[in-house]
Design a protein. Structure first.
Lengths: 253, 368
């Protein structure tokens, strides 16, 4: 579904992601690694938010890098680490933005073809509202997005991401800032979405959360892939333990 | 229930087996289909057209009653023309976040273009001239917007100021289009189907009709997908693009549409006063439009209308302090920015909501 080949991202002289290749099939893939290992930067590269080099193929089509809209057109949808909602818009409008239905959204629909525009809008409203119902924000649809709590904004972002009928869902630490109960609720929700056959790439730090969701894990350290496999294999891998806890030394022992 | 409790999505037993298709069809297996009315985003509420209707009716009925002097009638007409240019400016800066300082250039261009059309095709070509003015400004603005599409905030503001400076210089040079030294005089008065609108009192109803159309177009924009995409492009272009919004297209459309209102206002002023010169659209007016929109309120299309009224009326109240006008305008702008960032519209809204909540509380108290 998603094939990333030798993706590199540099900021000035710093190589944040170095020749990372990974392939995502019909699965929920976890991307883990210590802070600063380049997970988010890799996701940024895939969603076109930062300039990158390498080759990215989504669903058989090569996607130009560094162009968010091209990545979106190719079928990626992104949930950001810090919720990125549009506070000046209503909850429903936030979701509507990502609608994959582009009919009559420009100046002609606005001023000349209003009946056609309103017809298209009605079908978009229904679809957006369904996405909101799925994440449990149906009752807040007409509220201003700025009034939502932090956790609700995350859910809103998730609704926005899935409402565009993406081919790949990119989730950047969706459980950050949530307590255990909330994290469990989120896992249920993601599994519910996953059941529709939507592949996901998930960054997170919570091991239980990852183990419950992920079919496979890829471990990054210092911008490079150091291990991959099933969660059990990965967590018992010595390189992963070293990456998280530091390599054992003989000092004192 | 806390904010973050995720309600169960669907009854597990009722949920059909996942079909396993590669692309999720968001087929609703959860029973959520409601009436469209409840799904309608608040921005698409219908009352906006009613507000336009009420405002225009009040204008139509009250203005002839209130106005006593020719100067008042002139100012009222000028207010309407400036309101239209201001609404265009609001579309660009308020909704799309593009600080376009070339609205005066667009007004001049519209004025010259329309004057040129009536000069070439005769006095009856007034309506054609207005249309040409709007199309010409929209096309020029569209080209500018495409060229400077990457420029953000200050760079965009400076680029549009540069366009204005260059444009004014070009207007003074291209005398076959603009007249000697960029002064076109003797522009034919508005003529629609053989009826000539010469005096200010005759111009007024025609201007009100045009303002009505602009306000309806403004309300239509407020109730459209374009508005939310413009706001998204303004507030966070990167996330908007990652959500599939073509921010460049949206900003080009908004800039062209807003500029064409500038062209419309310029054409109206040209045919009404009979004269277009580069001086009538000087840098002072550029600041003036900025003041109108911010004084009135940057968050609503009614802001420029209220702000323009203030801008046109203020010198009348301050005739004895004429030499201090610039200082007064500057101070006003400061007061607005510091004390009422939502402008006069924000103050009115606050008063309105305070009033309605007072009424509600009184009613509840009397019921209790």
């Amino acid at each position: 579904m998603l094939d990333a080949d030798l993706i590199s991202v540099s900021f000035g002289g710093v190589r944040a992601v170095s020749n990372v290749s990974l392939s995502l099939g019909d699965e929920l893939l976890g991307l883990v690694g210590p802070n600063g290992s380049g997970k988010t930067t890799f996701l940024n590269a895939v969603s076109g938010v930062v300039p990158a080099t390498g080759r990215l193929v989504i669903d058989g089509t090569e996607v130009p890098l560094g162009r968010p809209r091209s990545s979106w057109k190719a079928g990626t949808a992104r949930v950001f680490q810090a919720p990125q909602t549009f506070e000046a818009l209503s909850v429903l409008e936030n979701v509507l933005l990502a609608s994959s239905d582009g009919r009559w959204r420009g100046g002609i629909g606005t001023w000349l073809a209003r009946p056609a525009m309103m017809r298209a809008e009605r079908t978009r409203w229904v679809a957006a509202h369904e996405a909101l119902e799925l994440v449990g924000l149906g009752a807040e649809a007409t509220h201003a997005a700025g009034l939502l709590s932090y956790g609700q904004q995350r859910l809103l972002e998730l609704a926005r991401a899935i409402s565009g009928s993406p081919k790949v869902l990119l989730l950047d630490e969706p459980s950050a800032g949530l307590n255990d109960a909330e994290t469990n609720g989120l896992a249920d929700l993601l599994l519910e979405v996953r059941r529709t056959g939507l592949p996901m790439l998930l960054i997170d730090h919570k091991v239980d959360f990852l183990d419950r969701l992920c079919d496979r894990l890829v471990v990054l350290e210092l911008g490079e892939v150091v291990a991959q496999g099933t969660p059990e294999d990965v967590w018992s891998d010595q390189r992963v333990i070293n990456a998280y806890l530091g390599a054992p030394t003989n000092a004192g022992g | 229930m806390t904010d973050l409790d995720v309600p169960p999505v669907a009854d597990e037993a009722a949920a059909p087996e996942p079909t396993g298709t590669a692309r999720p069809a968001w087929a609703p297996w959860w029973p959520t289909r409601r009436e469209h009315a409840t799904l309608r985003p608040p921005a698409l509420a219908r009352h906006q057209y009613l507000t336009v209707f009420a405002f225009i009716t009040a204008l139509w009925v009250l203005v002839p009653q209130v106005i006593t002097s020719r100067q008042d009638q002139f100012n009222t007409n000028l207010w309407i023309a400036y309101s239209i240019a201001g609404i265009g400016f609001y579309w660009m800066i308020g909704l799309a976040g593009r600080a376009a300082f070339c609205q005066t250039f667009m007004m001049a261009l519209g004025g010259y273009a329309s004057a040129w059309v009536t000069r070439s095709w005769g006095d009856d070509a007034f309506l054609l001239g207005v249309v040409v003015a709007m199309v010409a400004t929209a096309v020029v603005a569209g080209l500018i917007a495409v060229v400077v599409r990457k420029a953000q905030l200050f760079f965009f503001a400076i680029a549009t100021m540069a366009v204005t400076q260059i444009g004014i210089e070009v207007f003074t040079q291209t005398e076959s289009f603009t007249g000697p030294n960029g002064v076109t005089s003797g522009i034919s008065p508005p003529r629609i189907f053989g009826t000539e609108y010469l005096r200010d009192t005759e111009i007024f109803p025609m201007f009100v009709v045009i303002l009505t159309m602009v306000l309806v177009a403004g309300a239509a924009l407020e109730r459209s997908p374009l508005r939310r995409e413009a706001i998204a492009s303004r507030d966070n272009p990167l996330v908007a693009r990652a959500s599939g919004v073509s921010t460049v297209r949206v900003q080009v459309v908004m800039f062209a549409a807003g500029s064409s209102l500038g062209g419309l206002a310029g054409a109206m002023i040209g045919h009404w006063t009979g004269v277009i010169s580069t001086n009538s659209f000087s840098f002072d007016l550029a600041i003036g439009i900025f003041l109108m929109v911010y004084l009135g309120g940057i968050g609503s299309m009614w802001g420029p209308v209220i702000g323009a009224a203030f801008y046109v009326a203020l010198p009348n109240f301050l005739t004895s302090f004429e030499q201090y006008n610039t200082i007064i305008y500057g101070s006003l702008l400061l007061v607005v920015i510091l004390a009422m960032p939502k402008g006069l519209v924000g103050v009115i809204e606050k008063a309105w909501s305070a009033g309605t909540s007072l009424v509600r509380r009184n009613r509840e108290a009397s019921h209790a």
